[in-house]
Design a protein around this ligand. Sequence first.
Ligand SMILES: Cc1cc2nc3c(=O)[nH]c(=O)nc-3n(C[C@H](O)[C@H](O)[C@H](O)COP(=O)(O)OP(=O)(O)OC[C@H]3O[C@@H](n4cnc5c(N)ncnc54)[C@H](O)[C@@H]3O)c2cc1C
Length: 387
Amino acid sequence: MRSAEVVVIGAGVIGASVAYHLAARGCGSVLVLERNREPGQGSTRKATGGFRAQFGSEINVLLSLLSREKLLRFEDELGVDPGYRPCGYLFLARDEAQLDALREAQSVQRAAGLEEAREVGLQEVADINPAVRADGLIGGVYGPTDGFLRPREILRGYVEGAERLGVRFEYGVECEGFELDGDGGISAVRTPGGDVAAGSVVNAAGPWAGVVAREAGLDLPVEPLRRQAAVTEPFDALPEDMPMTVFVEDGFHLRVRDGRVLLLLPDEPEATDPFDQSVEDTWVGTVVETARERVPCLEEASIDRAMCWAGLYEMSPDGHALLGRVEEIDNLYLANGSSGHGVMHAPALGQVLAEIMLDGAASTLDAHALRPSRFAEDEPNLAHTLL
Ligand SMILES: Cc1cc2nc3c(=O)[nH]c(=O)nc-3n(C[C@H](O)[C@H](O)[C@H](O)COP(=O)(O)OP(=O)(O)OC[C@H]3O[C@@H](n4cnc5c(N)ncnc54)[C@H](O)[C@@H]3O)c2cc1C
């Protein structure tokens, strides 16, 4: 029977980061099982590449600050440019309630050590992003060190770095279930090619984490949520370094990537299949209308329908990751539920989970707020849904 000290299920950016950080800490045998033929074919390749530390909860700010530190030395450590560019995130408010939510988040950010994010009035909004129609807005907040990264490059850095340290990746291998040892632990991971004996197991299955957990008899509150992205034809009226611009009222946001504008607007999917990843024409019509009203130069842009895509967020009930060992199964660890922030937090989550697994507790930051048991304890994290 094949065996490994740690079996990681899923070679997305989070599984790859966990595997790399375990190996970098000296964990001797790590095996990553990925059902697709190559890494990153789940949510990781669908990410738009935003990075921000402007969150509404202390723990998410801390994860971002740790990730940013790691992104700044990523190339030295792993030989790959993660594409971090501090072009900023600009959040815009249309009424006092929205502005208050942003201000409240900012006081959380300050307390957590993010100094540079600030409130901006309408004049500054116009200076930072002159393309936005100011009518009806009352102000916003701006984080100049937020910005962009390259999800697939971060993934590549961690996969290649892990392989150099001896981590094995097996592609086209699905985890189909678990053998339990009768003592409250997993003894082996079942795959079509036979069982793999495992010292411990990490669930890094992204939006499919709930399905994997169920195989171990665990009811994990992580659900897929479809998010669609519309893409324009090449369009040069907006600059590549335009900050990510987010409207608090409905979460509509846009950025420029590789000469095209990406338009995103959260909606409530109606499809009966929660894993459906189709793009709806009616949604494309709505997002284009929204974009043109708020960023008038986009009247001149047309949509490249074939480039539009949809992917799945991995939602937890409080919009925060579940990180750490589960109470019910001794040697099962979770790195799940990042709720749409998994790429930007992957560097931090990998490091912190390696600490939890190898030392028994996190030392770089206090990860208590991410403990999987918080829902059973009725102590979820609280923050504005957008932040
Ligand atoms: C439209 C969109 C935009 C986004 N934008 C951003 C952004 O700007 N910034 C950001 O930080 N995040 C963003 N995200 C979220 C981000 O993509 C995810 O949080 C992140 O990719 C999660 O990584 P992961 O490794 O957990 O999951 P995944 O990348 O989905 O990896 C999980 C892997 O597990 C594998 N797997 C599942 N089940 C099994 C099994 N039984 N056996 C073996 N393998 C299995 C899957 O094949 C997959 O490869 C966005 C997401 C979407 C959909």
